[in-house]
Design a protein around this ligand. Structure first.
Ligand SMILES: [Fe+2]
Length: 261
């Protein structure tokens, strides 16, 4: 089976459109799943959810999705300084004010976790566990430098064994690690990457017979449209700059290019 895994779209409709278009051009993709955080930070939350629904893409609830759906006091996002905290609240409040009831209901109905058994539920494995943050909480950040103990604790919680995969997002930084034969896969972010590469990121995951093989894909999209959309809205312009630098303000300014890859 070859799965396309898309995470942390964050209401960036131009990025989502480009990624779905890219996936449609790939051979042998069995199914596409999203790993949550459909909304927040960009001005197309309803349109993003509508497109996910229109394409029948199943997925799990990110922290942004579950907090918006339940009117929680904040989005469960991490911030490192007072300005980041302020921006986080501005984005959350804007999103809560602008999502339709249909969008909110849809976000509230997303499951916390999805299990895929590409060889069928009648065999022992391999199993692919899809969550947003970790198998315990969708707000917990699972960075690449977490100790092996942490990974194994999460694997145990998820019931994962050697040969299985736990796939997630939330940090917006793509990585893949193998500990005790279990694959830990952060698929990065479609709509708000933080690794200094502005292009939309997703993963094609080969799993079933043979080795587990994740392929990290980056796709150019209409960045200018996304930045203009943010600037034309009441959202802070900072979010447009964030997209342009791939979340790394020290990065060289980018020139949007055509094509993908
Ligand atoms: Fe996110």
């Amino acid at each position: 089976m070859r799965y396309a895994l898309i995470s942390d779209i964050h209401a960036n409709l131009p990025a989502l459109e480009a990624v779905l278009d890219h996936i449609s051009q790939q051979r042998g993709v069995t199914a596409t799943y999203h790993l949550g955080d459909l909304v927040g930070y960009a001005p197309w939350p309803d349109e993003t959810v509508a497109l996910i629904r229109e394409r029948n893409i199943p997925g799990v609830a990110g922290n942004y999705d579950s907090t918006v759906a339940t009117d929680y006091k904040h989005c469960g996002c991490k911030y490192e300084d007072p300005r980041q905290e302020e921006l986080s609240h501005l984005s959350y409040n804007w999103t809560r004010q602008h999502v339709s009831k249909a969008t909110k209901d849809f976000l509230g109905a997303l499951p916390f976790r999805i299990d895929l058994l590409p060889k069928g539920g009648h065999t022992a494995g391999p199993r692919v566990v899809l969550v947003h943050g970790t198998p315990t909480l969708n707000t917990l950040y699972w960075t690449e430098d977490r100790p092996e103990d942490f990974c194994l604790k999460m694997a145990s919680h998820a019931g994962a064994r050697a040969g299985d995969v736990i796939a997630f997002g939330h940090t917006h930084l793509p990585w893949h690690r193998e500990v005790a034969g279990i694959h830990f896969l952060n698929t990065g972010s479609v709509g708000r990457p933080k690794d200094g590469d502005w292009r939309a990121g997703y993963v094609l995951l080969q799993v079933g017979d043979g080795p587990v093989e994740p392929e990290f894909i980056r796709v150019s999209y209409d960045l200018e449209r996304a930045m203009k959309g943010i600037r034309a809205s009441d959202l802070p312009d900072d979010f447009a700059e964030h997209l342009g630098t791939g979340g790394q303000p020290s990065s060289a300014p980018v020139q949007p290019t055509q094509g993908s890859g």
